[in-house]
Each structure stands twice: as C-alpha cells, then as structure tokens.
Design a protein around this ligand. Structure first.
Ligand code: ZN
Length: 219
C-alpha cells in the first residue's frame, strides 16, 4: 500500500523523509516535470500542524487506505464506507460525497457543497492549495484531518496487575460517535514495570487492529 516502506505500511517517519527528499530534489529546473510542483512547494511551507500537511500529501498521492484502494491492491476487506455503509469507499466518497463529510464541509465557514462536482477530490485539493492563502489552506487541512480522524476507530488500552506475576490487559475500540465496535481482554505473565505492561497492552491492541483489518486507527 505505502510505496516508500519495505513492509508497505505508512509511518510518520517515512512520510517526513519523503517530504524532505522531495523538497530538496524539486529544484526550479524540475518545475515542468511535476504538475504538482507548485502544490508541493506551498504545502511544505504551510504554517500548520505537520500531520495535517502529511495527510493532504497522502491524499494527493492516493496513498490513503480507503477501502476501494485497499481492494485494488489485493487487500480484501469490505468495500462499503464504514461511516454510512451505503457506497463504495473511495477517496471522493470519504472526503466529499459521504453524508458525514458533506455536512462538515457545508457547516464550515467555507459553506462548501460538492453536489454536482464532476472532478476528483484530489483535483479540488490541488486547486485549493494553489489558489487560497495559507490561513484558508490550513483551515481546509484541519477539516480534511477531522473527517479522516472521525472515520477511523479510536482505541483505549489499559493494563493492571491482575495477580502476582500476571498482567490484566484490555483494549476498547470505538467509532467516531463513541459506540463500541470491538473490545478484548488478555491475561499475560508479567512482573513489575507498569510502563512495560502499558506497552504490552498497546502491542496487543495493535495486533487486534491488524486482525480486524482496521488499517488506520487513533490510539
Ligand atoms: Zn459514506
């Protein structure tokens, strides 16, 4: 899925490395080779939260694990949008067509409506980055991040000493409305160090994320 890591998994570190690489290699001489050159330049200099910038960049690269993209790449999972369960989850659907996203855009100060919009969300995003000022692009980035954040399950995990030499670990997965979508508890041999126990609980939760095919989560 993520083309810049051996295991195909996205990491913030690899995202930054790529951004850094592109920043230094997209010299003025290459201005005509990449139609997104202007977009990247503005995006990298945006005075906003780095993870918002990385998310916009991933969307423009189509390196975002919406379900249609996952299936195209051989990762078989349900194709329907996990929020509305009505349509195939594409980038266009997740970020502009889904009812949940449409409401957020219309409720924003931009009052954006995508009905009848014939082009891709990535085209719209590139246009916005090219033509709006930094403050407005940052505002759009925060909305896009909010839509993606709300789409992904959130996990709480915890650990305690169940009995001598034994950890009690637990994890709860909730959707954006706070409804429980999955939960699990584990009893494992372990001693002392509560930080190690918390780390083990996080590891177990991440393992469960893989088993449940959640692909993108917030811990
Ligand atoms: Zn939907």
């Amino acid at each position: 899925m993520w083309p810049h890591n051996k295991d195909g998994l996205y990491s913030v570190k690899s995202g930054y490395n790529i951004l850094l690489h592109w920043k230094t290699t997209n010299a003025p001489s290459s201005a005509h080779s990449d139609p997104y050159n202007k977009v990247w330049k503005k995006l990298w200099c945006l005075p906003t939260i780095p993870r918002h910038i990385v998310l916009l960049w991933r969307i423009l690269q189509r390196a975002i694990p919406v379900r249609s993209e996952l299936n195209k790449r051989g990762i078989h999972c349900h194709i329907l949008c996990p929020r509305c369960l009505h349509n195939e989850e594409t980038i266009n659907h997740a970020f502009m067509e889904c009812n949940h996203a449409a409401k957020i855009w219309f409720g924003s100060k931009l009052r954006t409506r995508f009905e009848g919009y014939q082009r891709d969300f990535t085209d719209w995003l590139a246009h916005i980055i090219t033509h709006l000022n930094e403050e407005d692009i940052s505002y759009v980035a925060s909305i896009v991040y909010g839509i993606w954040y709300a789409r992904n399950p959130q996990i709480n995990c915890d650990a305690n000493l169940a009995k001598e030499g034994c950890w009690g670990l637990g994890a709860a997965f909730r959707d954006s409305e706070g409804a429980l979508v999955a939960e699990a508890t584990w009893e494992m041999a372990g001693y002392g160090d509560p930080i190690l126990a918390e780390a083990r609980a996080t590891y177990q939760a991440i393992q469960m994320v893989v088993d449940c095919c959640f692909h993108e989560i917030v811990i």
